[in-house]
Design a protein around this ligand. Structure first.
Ligand SMILES: Cc1ncc(COP(=O)(O)O)c(C=O)c1O
Length: 437
């Protein structure tokens, strides 16, 4: 715009209104539909209040009591309570709450424990590793040399003997474990010793399964050999978007290294409103997290069994399908794109999912699979009975080829009864999908 030119306020108002309309429409999609993307969740009313507070525009670089800005006394209270709560919830001697996402946590830890040119080992993206574990993501940002573990497709975990050999051969500076497609615990006890023997730092990316770990129903990485665990604060851990860095060492020098990796390493302002939301979510998790985690896994197993009974090809039958919040289904041939088609049809029926590569697929945009998560529908109170109903809705769309628009009515009918956030303060007495705060 030319200086002093009068802005066209009517156009900008229209644009802002259009944006708000889309925001409300997106809320309504989830109010009436089934949110089943495995990386997502909804927040509680109290977390929502924290996220919408004045803190959203404030700065507090540094740590509680040691800030570069004034005005942080109250926020110091928030973050100090949060650090202590997080240590309790994750049963860890060190937690940093400042990272603004799981990816940012990963970049910070890679910065702390490896330097450009170092070797790193991780699960490949084709086998379910996250993009931040790959050269196209954080591993490339740090210019690390990546070698990926061999994968056991039947068990859906790194092949133990092959990975042991690989670690001994490559002698990585950092051995990274954990995936985005995460059905079963990593055999960490078996692999961490070998990594330590060659001098590697053992890093576990628990982005997806952090709530299950804190809830005591998945695995216990810090006691199975992980030196550091990263994660998102908004997946099975049901807080606002953000990240955690969690360490098993009692050594203050390691704590300093990890704190510095986040600030000034990868964050300046670290979104104080989200930190406040994380702290409220930690308090709620302390009170309700164990039941939530237990119910997620119970529902995922019920849903997987019901999907198989409806005729779907559900992966990992031999291991009981899943031990996490995720269920994987195969649709058609490898690289056929049938997973993408299935996700589009489900969306028309009000069921929101994502296509996913399965072992053997090579094309990210033409995968044969769907990755489904039950953490959000569990959080609004659905139980085992509803998992069977949901599987029937999937079958009507994808197996019986019913018009998705007619299925959508029944999706909405089912969802009408599940409109409040559970496992939080004020459980059941709230609106899970408010238009405004
Ligand atoms: C294993 C893993 N790590 C990291 C991330 C990134 O988390 P965020 O979206 O919080 O950056 C994801 C995202 O789904 C993930 O699956």
């Amino acid at each position: 715009m030319v200086p002093n030119e009068r802005p066209n306020t009517s156009t900008s108002t229209v644009l802002a209104e259009q944006v708000m309309e889309a925001v409300h429409s997106s809320t309504s999609l989830y109010r009436h539909g089934l949110g089943m993307i495995a990386s997502e969740n909804i927040i509680s009313p109290m977390v929502r209040q924290a996220v919408n507070s004045d803190l959203h525009g404030r700065y507090a670089e540094g740590l509680p009591g040691r800030r570069y800005y004034q005005g942080c006394e109250d926020f110091d209270t928030v973050e100090s309570i949060g650090i202590e709560l997080a240590k309790e919830v994750f049963d860890a001697p060190f937690v940093n709450l400042q990272s603004i996402s799981g990816t940012v946590s990963n970049i910070g830890v890679l910065k702390a424990f490896a330097k450009p040119g170092d070797n790193i080992t991780a699960v490949s993206t084709a086998d379910g590793g996250h993009i931040s574990h790959a050269r196209m993501g954080a591993v490339g940002v740090r210019d690390l040399k990546l070698t990926t573990y061999p994968w056991n497709e039947e068990l859906m975990e790194p092949d133990i003997d092959g990975s042991l050999n690989l670690i001994r051969e490559v002698e990585p500076k950092l051995a990274l474990f954990g995936q985005s497609v995460f059905l079963f615990p990593t055999p960490l006890k078996e692999l961490a010793d070998a990594a330590h023997e060659v001098g590697a730092t053992v890093m576990y990316d628990g982005a997806h399964v952090l709530g299950l770990i804190a809830g005591g129903v998945f695995q216990d990485p810090l006691r199975e050999g992980a030196d550091v665990m990263t994660g998102s604060s908004h997946k099975t851990f049901p807080g606002p978007q953000g990240g955690f860095v969690i360490g098993s060492s009692e050594d203050p020098a390691v704590h300093r290294k990890l704190n510095n990796a986040v600030f000034p390493g990868v964050c300046s302002s670290y979104h104080l409103h989200h930190v406040a939301g994380k702290v409220v979510a930690l308090a709620e998790f302390k009170a309700h997290g164990h039941s939530y985690a237990r119910d997620i896994v119970r529902n995922a197993q019920a849903f997987a069994g019901a999907m198989a009974a409806e005729g779907f090809d559900v992966l990992a039958e031999g291991r009981g399908y899943t031990a996490s919040h995720q269920v994987l289904t195969r649709h058609g041939q490898l690289d056929s794109g049938a997973g993408a088609t299935a996700a589009l049809l489900l969306e028309k029926a009000g069921i929101i999912t994502n296509m996913n590569m399965l072992p053997g697929d090579t094309k990210a945009l033409k995968p044969s699979g769907l990755r489904l998560g039950v953490q959000e529908i569990t959080r609004v109170g659905m139980g085992v009975n509803e998992m069977h109903e949901v599987a029937k809705l999937y079958a009507r769309v994808l197996i019986h080829h019913e018009d998705p628009r007619s299925v959508k009515k029944d999706v909405q009918h089912l969802k009408d009864c599940f409109q409040t956030v559970q496992y939080c303060f004020d459980a059941g007495n709230n609106d899970a999908y408010p238009k405004t705060v």
